[in-house]
Design a protein around this ligand. Structure first.
Ligand code: ATP
Ligand code: MG
Length: 244
């Protein structure tokens, strides 16, 4: 469960990247966070992951306040950033062991999880190679496996489908569904409406840091019909879909 209450984040003194945002994402839900470039998606995600501090407002994860219980909350979160170009000098397996060490995953558990996740994502044969030799999609997959190694209850993914081949993208969606269905929370951002439509239980639309809509896909379509400015946004999102 993720709760944001009146969260605001300003860069410098002028850019209000997130503007008084309130959202509740209950357990068991895949929640899509939609918006055009520069809308404030990544900033919101970094606030939830505890990488940035909000200027005001509060964030709770599984009932615990992020500020008061930072470490405890971070252990429950699996965060996949939008730029997978980290730790390039490490071999895939070194990176996965590093992540497992960070989160105190036992030797037994990590072996089992690394093996099964690497097999599922077709990465088993490249774990001995350095990450810098990986393609963009492979880098994304190794980051994803690294996050899942510690089995976090709350998944927070920034544009996770970008760069994945259809098979991996399908697999990730399937895993997101399984994870939510076993009572966990999945929060991911996308600017591709089509992706959201296929997997989300509910979506929010953000633009210029402000929440424009939050509800089911059905409700969203209904809402667009009645609201001209939202219809433009819908077009924008649909356009970016066709460009992909
Ligand atoms: N480190 C930063 N310093 C200053 N301004 C920033 C910084 N990061 C983001 N911004 C600004 O904050 C606003 C929101 O950016 P953010 O990255 O959260 O958008 P986004 O919805 O993730 O966009 P995209 O779809 O392009 O990933 C933008 O106006 C952006 O220019
Ligand atoms: Mg972003």
């Amino acid at each position: 469960m993720i709760e944001l209450m009146n969260v605001t984040k300003t860069y410098g003194s002028t850019i209000k990247a997130v503007d008084n945002l309130s959202l509740v994402i209950p357990d068991g839900e895949i929640f899509g966070f939609l918006g055009p470039n520069g809308a404030g998606k990544t900033t919101t995600i970094k606030l939830i992951a505890g990488i940035l501090n909000a200027d005001s407002g509060s964030i709770r994860v599984n009932g615990k306040d992020l500020r008061e219980h930072a470490l405890e909350v971070k252990k429950q979160i699996g965060f996949v950033p939008d730029t997978p170009n980290m730790f390039l000098r490490l071999k895939g397996i070194e990176y996965l062991n590093f992540m497992a060490d960070m989160y105190d995953v036992s030797t037994e558990d990590r072996q089992e999880r690394i093996q099964s996740l690497a097999a599922r994502f077709g990465m088993a044969d490249v774990l001995q190679d350095r990450i810098q030799s990986y393609s963009h999609g492979m880098r994304q997959k190794i980051i994803l496996i690294g996050v899942l190694v510690h089995n976090p209850s709350v998944w927070i993914l920034d544009e996770p489908m970008t760069g994945l081949d259809p098979r991996s993208s399908f697999l990730l969606k399937e895993m997101m569904r399984e994870h939510a269905d076993s009572g966990n929370t999945v929060f991911f951002s996308t600017h591709v409406l089509d992706v959201a439509e296929k997997v989300c239980d509910r979506v929010a639309i953000i633009n210029k840091g402000q929440l424009l809509f939050c509800g089911s896909m059905e409700e969203m379509k209904d809402h667009f019909k009645k609201n001209a400015s939202l219809e433009n946004m819908f077009l924008e999102l649909t356009e970016s879909e066709s460009e992909e």
